[in-house]
Write a protein that binds this ligand. Sequence first.
Ligand code: ATP
Ligand code: MG
Ligand code: MG
Length: 539
Amino acid sequence: AAANGGGDSGGSFDIGLPGAVEGKVVTRFPPEPSGYLHIGHAKAALLNQYFADMYKGKLLVRFDDTNPSKEKDEFVENIMKDIADLGLRYDRLTYTSDYFPQLLELGEKLIRAGIMYADDTPVEQMREQRMKSIESACRGRSVEENLRIWEEMKAGSEVGLANAMRFKMDMKSVNGTMRDPVAFRCNLSHHWRTGNKYKVYPTYDCACPFVDAVEGVTHALRTSEYRDREEQYYWILSAYQKIWPGLPNVHIWDYSRLNFVNTVLSKRKLTWFVETGRVEGWNDPRMPTVQGILRRGMRIEALKEFIISQGASKNITFQEWDKIWTINKKLIDPVCPRHTAVEEEGKVLLTLEDGPAESEVVVVPRHKKYPPAGKKAVTRARQLWIEQVDAATLKEGEEVTLMEWGNAIIKTITRDPATGAVTALSGSLNLDGDVKKTRLKLTWLAAVPQCEVVQLQLVDFDYLINKKKVEEDDNFMDLVNNATRFEKLAIGDPNMRTLQKGDILQLERKGYYIVDEPYGVKGAGRPIVLFCIPDGRTK
Ligand code: ATP
Ligand code: MG
Ligand code: MG
């Protein structure tokens, strides 16, 4: 346990790194540019930052780009954006592909040292042999033959493509990752950075220990499900140290992977949602990506606070989304402006017999306890729109409170005889009435042309996955939720025209929303699009 820094602890990463020396620690965050960053990557990034800061050391960001089939410029650009949004402060940005020349040199040295051999056993059969600890017939190939095949691999020839280079490790090991893992394989795909220059690429297992050591990484943080690979990492690093003088040691330190309920956090699975059109893209508000959750209304400070609260626990648990959204709500509630919306469907006209003949405008704060939120105009009139859900609960003679105005008494209620829905209401003002004594605080909007209401589209979302805890052997495609986007039309107060993309607001008595499409940006006639921000209370 000591090598891993001890057991569980809640609250903060109060456990230190083994062998850490102040001013000398170097950590790294190594994303593979095969997708956008998700919330698990955010944990990895912030944790590496945390330890670099704790020891006044350095943080490196390294694009781990060893698989040309999966990597794209689009992903590099968006990961850079995500890193900026996360506020990551790194000392150096590097690419594993920078080291391709050295890695190929290393490959040749490994062959000459007799610790790497070429194997043309078909993939499936190789997998089975590894499972059953069966040595490949190729394990005994001579150095000369391996060198000859290495040249074929570098050229991407047919012979090269049929072979993979494997570490001659330990086929009898109880640890499956030690049974001669693949070090290099051919790939003729275009590499996003080096183009078609290379035909042979190192695997992650082969490249990572070398690049970590060369870059002077002192502590390589990995998620604990890779613990089996620790032995492999150290074997590979010490093999390199024997043939590549001066390579320093690296400590592996593991932490628990972040999982969320009703969520998959794997780029392969998230790619599927994007490619099948089940979401708009990687930044869809239903995606657990950094861009997705920010677009849904998460504040970066809330994300950071949540991750720090995870502490250094090594337990792999499923986190509740409610927990992180509750943290978020505490940050947005004290500052976000308040606005009014009335749902379109079934909205009811309330006529106040003694209401003002001419509409009147009063100016009130957008947030009563937070003046920087600004002010807004409220139009009062004889006729008001109120929501069907409120109207349906009213009784004749009942006293209610009109928010930002005062009390009123409901006089008559007209209903549709067929459906029972309220179709019209009448009442009169009772401005001396006690607002503390009414059952209902009504949201309302003046139903006169002077009050230029805006059209709103209110959008709510559900989880992409309908099973709470997705397990290893579940096929996630069987667990896909079919209805995950819900839209409602509403009218909103005229002040909402000034809201900008990304602004967060509260709709009185409804909840928190973030502006996804502001007024007028995509032409006239389109509603303002507001996404509902979860507030941590399970519906
Ligand atoms: P994915 O399964 O999403 O493809 P990955 O590990 O293959 O994840 P990388 O881009 O290689 O993707 O990950 C970059 C870093 O983020 C690695 O150090 C990895 O261990 C870490 N990481 C990935 N997923 C999580 C997670 N759910 N929780 C914590 N750290 C994670
Ligand atoms: Mg990876
Ligand atoms: Mg993965």
